[in-house]
Design a protein around this ligand. Structure first.
Ligand SMILES: Cc1cc2nc3c(=O)[nH]c(=O)nc-3n(C[C@H](O)[C@H](O)[C@H](O)COP(=O)(O)O)c2cc1C
Ligand code: SF4
Length: 442
């Protein structure tokens, strides 16, 4: 069994311990202050001792494909080179930083953000195949708006090359590894998923063919960025609506098989994540964020974003229903990670509802059971406590994070607000911990 404090090797790079910050939106964009904003958000986490900082998803193209406002794009080498200031600052603390690459496809602002659509009337969403009937229905009733452009075979090759080019720019800027956003309903998952992928060229038609896009992205990254550590999230669509609403989806066994094949292709680590086919709360299980929906100063912005008061209300009701289905579940990806780890020899990283030091030790193999994973990560708890590493490393079993998984930080981000903790009790608790010196390291 490994302890949280022990180093971990990923693709030849040694991460100093097994605690990582999972990718979450920094909303830093690409403006003149982007690098400073990223430093401000990510450096405290490295300074607190966290071994690996996974930056939130960045977009491999200059147009479209952003899931939310403020995502940083990494298609432009001049901009990406400026990020060396960030990677240097992370390295100053002995931590490693991975860039996560993404393109939204059908999960883009083009489908849900009314104002963005108005301002970009010519943008189409890149799609792996024609829309499944479920999404056509959502379009017909006006809940989402789709104008998909199905990628030709040549265009799939071009998109994979963009992942390779962006990876090369990131490595040049000092990133220690590349992470792919493979399980947050973006284009990578859309290639993997039988729900979305109905192609009849070399990228569809069988489970092996649906993996071809990730094989091609791997080759493009290796060709352009060299032997950089490469990992990806791996989805199992176990949380998708049941049959007959959704019949074609990735089972847990499919997810395990994808991870097994990714190791053969040459991926250096995997992050198994139970997900849905829809963009819902399955990957951020927790409470209905009533406080966020009620924020006085954001009401007009919500209406602008969702296209009027009625649609805003509909989205909020949808959010409430999802919170009933996707209630918080401690370490909800544990069994998937365990199944994957039995089948692969590359590191398996676990995240999703991990909140206590004792639980982290158990996941890493303390106790009777075999380890479920080789590293443990958290996302929302770092919004609540950017310097969380200082409290969790070398800590006793009972130490737990103060984040309540209430999701009040998530909803305001649709308006371009930064990802910050917005729950007063939690902020007060952080203040007390700060006063007590809990985030200081020797
Ligand atoms: C606001 C927000 C943004 C996220 N952005 C990303 C992302 O860019 N890429 C990704 O792979 N996962 C993303 N996630 C998912 C997290 O990485 C993580 O898997 C999820 O929040 C569960 O972990 P937690 O319970 O510790 O928050 C995001 C989650 C949240 C709450
Ligand atoms: S608002 Fe704060 S407590 Fe709630 S999920 Fe976000 S970080 Fe955690």
């Amino acid at each position: 069994m490994a302890t949280l404090e022990e180093p971990l090797e990923i693709g030849g790079v040694t991460v100093p311990n097994r605690l990582y910050r999972a990718p979450v939106l920094e909303c830093a964009g690409n403006g003149p202050d982007a690098v400073d904003a990223l430093i401000e958000e990510l450096e405290p986490t490295a300074a607190s001792g966290v071994g690996l900082v996974c930056q939130g998803a960045t977009i491999v193209r200059g147009e479209g494909g952003c899931a939310a406002p403020g995502m940083t794009r990494v298609h432009d080498p001049a901009f990406v080179s400026r990020l060396s200031r960030l990677t240097d600052r992370i390295h100053d603390h002995g931590s490693k930083i991975f860039a996560q690459l993404e393109y939204g496809g059908l999960r883009s602002m083009e489908t849900w953000h009314a104002e963005y659509r108005r301002n970009h009337p010519d943008l189409e969403q890149l799609a792996v195949s024609d829309l499944p009937w479920q999404l056509r229905l959502l379009d017909r009733v006006g809940f989402l708006s789709y104008d998909p452009h199905v990628l030709s075979t040549d265009e799939v090759y071009e998109l994979a090359a963009d992942f390779g080019r962006s990876a090369a720019y990131c490595v040049e800027a000092g990133y220690d590894g590349i992470h792919l956003a493979g399980a947050n309903m973006g284009i990578v998952q859309q290639f993997l998923s039988p729900f979305y992928n109905r192609r009849d060229d070399e990228f569809g038609g069988s489970p092996e063919a649906r993996l071809e896009f990730l094989a091609l992205v791997h080759d493009e990254i290796r060709d352009r960025a060299g032997d950089v550590p490469l990992m990806t999230k791996v989805p199992a669509e176990t949380e998708a609506p049941p049959s007959p609403i959704v019949q074609r989806k990735l089972s847990l066994e499919d997810g395990v098989e994808i991870a097994r094949r990714l190791e053969k292709i040459g991926y250096d680590a995997v992050v198994p994540v139970q997900a849905s086919v829809a963009w819902d709360m399955s990957i951020v299980r927790g409470e209905y964020p009533d406080r966020a929906w009620d924020l006085e100063d954001l009401q007009d912005d919500y209406e602008t974003v969702f296209g009027g008061p009625l649609r805003k209300r509909l989205v909020a009701v949808g959010n409430w229903l999802e919170s009933l289905v996707y209630d918080f579940d401690p370490a909800w990806n544990e069994s998937f990670c365990r199944r994957v780890r039995e089948q692969v020899s590359i590191p398996v990283l676990a995240e999703g509802g991990i909140r206590e030091r004792g639980q982290m030790d158990r996941l890493l193999g303390d106790g009777d059971a075999d380890p479920a994973c080789d590293a443990v990560g958290m996302a929302r708890p770092f919004y609540a406590e950017p310097r969380l590493g200082a409290r969790l490393l070398e800590a006793d079993d009972e130490t737990r994070v103060i984040c309540e998984s209430c999701n009040n930080c998530v909803v305001p981000q649709v308006t371009g607000e930064p990802g910050i903790c917005r729950t007063p009790d939690v902020l007060r608790e952080r203040g007390k911990l700060e006063q007590d010196g809990a985030y200081e390291r020797e």
